[in-house]
Ligand binder design. Structure first.
Ligand code: ADP
Ligand code: GLC
Length: 479
């Protein structure tokens, strides 16, 4: 039995701001429990819901010497769907109503977290064969492991995997200001951890980890070049021998149109016509005009530049005034995007609904009720929303980048193949053109549209295949 520890800053169902939480919450369940004892370790944020906190039991507590003095580390745990979750408790670091605050606080917070993870393991008597570290927040684990525990017999067989979910976020800050890194050797702090005269957590993790993965094959290529590398393209090329791309799956239990309690009318391949009822319900819920002939486009997303909202903004007026479409947006993020959706909602209340906020329930309603799902990302390491939409027979309209390129097959009207509509260049007019094409198929070739819905629902983006790839990787490393 190989022991695997997932270390990450978020994980479903306890704390989620994006796709990372979906991955951390789902992948452990899909690894073969006969071969792998997989556990997850997360920060115990103050903002975790009270109902989840009351289910946790206290395991132990201790103090560890760190650059700021003796720091308290409490360990709680809970079992969810067969997986043990540990939580690192420290009210000073994990306070606040959001897991992420100011970056200058966050670098210290997650340096503390990474140290605390390693310090905890002997106390809970769990000695992992693999620590699977996710994103920059856990990227210092491989660094502290080698620098502080290199000769510790407890960790002698422990290997590390670093998964990059988004290379844009690197955990950068002024080198001398990160207190919780101060005791690392100067050679490490000023060389391996340094990029562009700053500390760079992700770069350090990439260099120190035994293996590096990212969340799609295309993104694994893109990050080796300046357009996608976010300044770390040189490092990525340097480590290309240990870098691979493994595409994400989604939790087929959580996203299941046949059993989804949020849907007005659950449906499957056999009664796909039922989906219409969910559309009607969605229109009603959002105050959109009840119109069966309209093409309803959904968007559930962080409202950031990455997700292509510059393009959306640019053509929204034209879209709404030249086609019979409705738009249902759910998301939070940059104020300029939030405000522009508020503006369009005011101007076209029967056609556009903007829910500026975070709601699992509404997200499911949109995935279940919309006809199409728009995701014109500037870059996209993997993307889960397009996978979720396909699972609900909601046809994705995407830009061909990263995981979107790997998971959505462009519609071919001659061969009647494909699972969505896609465009190549980050260009608003090009996007509008493809939306018009989708609109034409929706309005004038409804049989073809319906067949594509079925193809979407039949594609397999469950975790099964990708989990097998992670298993292989773990076994290669852990012997
Ligand atoms: P990213 O991780 O870059 O934000 P992904 O497509 O990988 O993008 O994953 C986003 C996840 O977060 C999906 O599960 C999506 O449904 C969810 N999500 C994003 N915004 C919201 C929101 N406002 N309310 C509910 N769920 C959201
Ligand atoms: C990141 C990426 C997204 C990916 C998710 C989970 O947030 O932006 O593309 O799907 O992580 O890996």
């Amino acid at each position: 039995m190989k022991k695997i520890l997932f270390a990450a800053s978020e994980g479903n169902p306890f704390i989620k701001t994006g796709g990372l939480a979906d991955v951390v919450g789902a992948l452990p369940k899909y690894l073969d429990s006969k071969k792998f004892d997989v556990r997850v370790i997360l920060p115990k944020y103050l903002c975790i819901q009270e109902k989840d906190k009351t289910n946790m039991s206290h395991v132990t507590e201790f103090y560890a010497d760190m650059p700021r003095g003796r720091e308290y580390i409490g360990i709680d745990k809970v079992k969810a769907e067969g997986i043990t979750y540990y939580f690192i408790d420290n009210e000073y670091y994990f306070a606040g109503d959001n897991p992420y605050n100011q970056i200058f606080e966050d670098v210290n917070k997650f340096a503390f977290y990474s140290r605390a993870v390693l310090a905890s393991l002997p106390h809970i008597n769990f000695c992992p064969d693999i620590i699977h570290c996710h994103d920059w927040q856990a990227a210092l684990i491989p660094v502290f492991l080698k620098e502080f525990y290199g000769n510790d017999p407890f960790f002698k067989d422990t290997r590390t995997v670093m998964t990059i979910h988004n290379q844009k976020f690197q955990g950068r800050w002024r080198i001398d200001d990160i207190e919780n890194c101060r005791d690392l050797p100067a050679d490490c702090r000023y060389k391996a951890m340094e990029a562009y005269k700053e500390t760079n957590f992700l770069k350090a993790g990439i260099l120190y980890a035994d293996r590096v993965t990212t969340v799609s094959e295309t993104y694994a290529k893109e990050i080796k070049y300046p357009e996608g590398g976010e300044g770390l393209e040189g490092v990525m090329r340097e480590v290309s021998g240990k870098l691979s791309g493994i595409v994400n799956g989604i939790d087929y239990e959580e996203y299941n149109a046949m059993k989804d309690p949020v849907l007005a009318a659950p449906f499957g391949l056999r009664n796909i016509a039922q989906k219409k009822k969910n559309k009607e319900m969605l229109q009603k819920e959002l105050g959109l005009k009840p119109d069966k002939g309209v093409m309803l486009i959904g968007m559930v997303s962080r409202l950031t530049e990455q997700k292509g909202f510059d393009l959306v903004n640019y053509v929204m007026e034209e879209m709404l005034t030249t086609m019979n479409v409705q738009v249902a947006v759910l998301g939070t993020g940059e104020e300029r995007f939030e405000n522009s959706f508020r503006y369009f909602q005011d101007k076209y209340p029967e056609q556009l609904s903007a829910t500026i906020g975070y709601s699992e329930e509404r997200a499911h309603m949109i995935y279940g009720g919309a006809d199409a799902f728009l995701m014109p990302s500037q870059f996209e390491p993997c993307g889960l929303s397009q996978l979720i939409s396909m699972r609900y027979g909601t046809i994705p309209i995407v830009r061909e980048t990263g995981g979107l390129k790997d998971t959505v097959e462009a519609y071919n009207e001659i061969w009647q193949t494909g699972t969505g509509f896609s465009f190549a260049n980050y260009d608003a007019k090009e996007m509008l053109q493809i939306i018009r094409y989708a609109y034409d198929v929706f309005q004038n070739h409804s049989k073809d549209w319906k067949m594509m819905m079925k193809r979407c629902m039949k594609t397999d983006h469950s975790w099964q295949n990708s989990a097998a790839k992670y298993e292989k990787l773990y076994l290669e490393l852990a012997g």
